[in-house]
Design a protein. Sequence first.
Length: 114
Amino acid sequence: QVQLVESGGGLVQPGGSLKLSCAASGNIFRINTMAWYRQSPGKERELVAAVTPGGSPYYIDSVKGRFTISRDNAKNTVHLQMNSLKPEDTAVYYCNSRNKAYNWGQGTQVTVSS
């Protein structure tokens, strides 16, 4: 069974940066579009960014120009570089395939606050 493990979250001031990482226990990255999602209290989990096996990215409008998604298929990892963070980016961040094919991991908490 594939396990997804997210890391890299933390507390950061507005305008700061964080880099999230996601590692998978199985060799799933080569064939899947991978994605980062986030969920804030009281809100539904939402797609933030995705990257195809060939490296083509997709971003929701609210993070365009601030976040960068990347992947390393050989290492079964996907990253999310987050710059110019805003309080509204505060959420638990998760990774999964674009079609949410795998069990969700624990996520990593990102808190943007002064």
